[in-house]
Design a protein around this ligand. Sequence first.
Ligand SMILES: [Zn+2]
Length: 448
Amino acid sequence: MPGGQSMSTIVLRGGRVIDPDYGIDQMLDVLVVDGRILSVGESVAKGTGVDRDYDVTGLIVTPGWIDAHVHLRDPGFTYKEDLQSGAKAALAGGFTRMCCMPNTDPPLDSAAAISDIVDRGEQTGVHIHPIGTISMSRAGLEISPIEAMAAAGAIGFSDDGDSTKSEDVMREALRLSSRLNLPIMVHCEDPELARGGSMHRGVVSEELGDPGIPAEAEDSYTARDIRLAEETGGWLHVLHVSTVRGAQLVKDAKQRGARVTAEVMPHHLTLTDEWVAGRRRFAGQQQISDLGRIDPNAKVNPPLRSEQDALGLMDYVLDGTFDFIATDHAPQAERDKPAILTEAASGMTGLELAIPTMALLIKMGRIDWPLVVRLFTSAPARSLNLNGGALEAGHAADITVIDPAKSWTVTAASLHSRSKNTPLLGMTLEGRAVLTLVSGEVRHDELS
Ligand SMILES: [Zn+2]
């Protein structure tokens, strides 16, 4: 880097700066010196002493994006992803900070396992925060050493992938959540009601001969976990809400004063169960392209639901029921995704598709950039008490620059994640992170 690590100056000139915490949405210059934001303001003088001078006219400059829900598959499933490949996907997708789920092998259910992610995460160039399990081995029966994991750096606790079976374990975890001020992050799905299903139960599952996962499987456990949160006064965070009914349960709980937060995923706002049948039509749009076969990459848990759900969830984004948006980046190798629905693993990659998916919703007029930026930056940072999320003078420069109109085709080669499992494969989308700075270092650059 010109000027060296110890003295470097970067200018981002003429971009539309959106910084929700400071209420900024205007054309400004951002000046980064020695890894820190020096100023966000009127034109920075051109000239000597500037190592990198980026003209970002027409582009959007935001605080570094935060993905509060990813699966990095490390340790144990590194043929799908590892911390390094996940970090590359994050940077290419505009993310500078992410929280990773503990369904690894072994699972993150000890202080040592948490410390390992913290230590190795620091080598990746992206801020990585581990989430510990709620129960030992994620088996749902015996509580994990939550306090020790918190001390080691866990930012929350989750048995994501499964609901936590024992109500006693849930109660104890929720009590600890208040004391530690860290969330219990729940995957809500009744295993009995969901049994045997590979997709949302509805007309498409009937057509494909799949037993289906009814919306009720999710909603009944969302209701259970909210009840336990209200009983204990604990902090419940409802992961990946996919049904309108589930969103309404969260809204009602918030109105009653329960300490409940919730997130929604870009894919649940845009895709429907039709995608499992290979019929690619974004919710609310007319145009269809038909693969003419089922698409195992559209199998995800919770499943892609009805168009009514996909469209309805946006109302709960706009009214603040959802505290933030996260991707549930869930890489799966090709061999984990055979074209037989019952045998295909659940999950889709998300880190590199969040920006184009949100850009699509913006283009459809359903949300705007300032809100999208808030839901991926300051909102997760403030909700989960993470650093970052704002362009704060004197603080480490985590910055994302987005080209909202840049067109690109989703292919195995264009994705940086080790896994390529997305139903958007082959589609040409608009919107891309073109520059990603972490702690003032340029980690992804499509401008130079
Ligand atoms: Zn997940």
